[in-house]
Design a protein around this ligand. Structure first.
Ligand code: GLN
Length: 245
């Protein structure tokens, strides 16, 4: 296979809370183990993303200050973003990056950080932050585990990434976590997300490979280590849920 899968890592200097960069390492390594060639293009906030040349875009989480800086830049290209996303560009967006795919993220002081309006979604502040480990059940890939820390409460009517088994998710109320729309996955889960959720990593890779017109039949990997980490977290949550029933 001579063609490379091109992954854009957006604003790594600003959006990399709780080691979100680990998602890139997981994706690239899982591709290389299977003989694919992969190129990661870091895009700084001062550069304009070339959306037509990527097969997958990653946006990580960030503090309110960093999000506001990034949002101003993103907003300049909002029509290109909407066109690319609606024609199937795979996007994985975590926490602060996830919030920016909606109409706005309202800060605790009342100001609004303008989003890209790719999704019909808003995020507003609430009392206290939603912090802790989280476990989710997803139709896309089974169980997902990780860590969340956000002040924003997100509401949308798209399909969620999954339902919350333990933790808060989008808003701490409707038991939904994240979003899955077109080839976009948005989530509040850091940790980073993908190293201990290899099934989700492969789901993301399949959509990126399909979008790139590359073979997307992924051969299984030896995931014993990844799944042991996953199971350990999942068991902690489910035993906690059983105790509270
Ligand atoms: N600043 C946002 C919030 O608190 C996102 C935080 C994050 O990316 N972890 O809701």
């Amino acid at each position: 296979m001579s063609k490379s899968l091109i992954i854009a890592h957006l604003f790594p200097e600003l959006l990399n809370l709780y080691a979100d960069k680990g998602n890139i390492q997981t994706l690239t390594q899982r591709l290389r183990w299977r003989g694919y060639s992969v190129e990661v293009r870091p895009v700084k906030a001062t550069q304009s993303p070339e959306l037509e040349s990527y097969h997958l875009v990653l946006l990580g989480g960030g503090s309110d200050r960093e999000q506001a800086l990034v949002a101003t830049e993103l907003y300049k290209q909002r029509s290109e973003w909407r066109a690319a996303a609606s024609s199937g560009l795979p996007i994985l967006a975590v926490c602060g990056g996830y919030q920016l795919l909606g109409d706005f993220y309202q800060l605790p002081g009342g100001d609004k950080v303008q989003g890209l309006s790719i999704l019909d979604m808003t995020t507003v502040p609430g009392e206290g932050r939603l912090i802790g480990n989280i476990a989710v059940e997803s139709e896309l890939c089974g169980s997902i585990v990780g860590f969340e820390n956000h002040g924003g409460r997100t509401h949308h009517n798209h399909a969620p990434l999954g339902s919350v088994v333990s933790g808060y998710g989008n808003n701490g109320q409707d038991r939904q976590e994240g979003v899955h729309h077109w080839n976009i996955i948005g989530t509040y889960i850091h940790g980073p997300l993908l190293p201990k959720n290899p099934q989700l990593a492969d789901f993301v890779l399949r959509s990126a490979l399909t979008y790139a017109d590359l073979p997307a039949d992924l051969e299984p990997l030896d995931d014993r280590m990844e799944l042991a980490a996953h199971q350990h977290e999942w068991a902690r949550h489910t035993s906690k849920v059983q105790k509270t029933l």
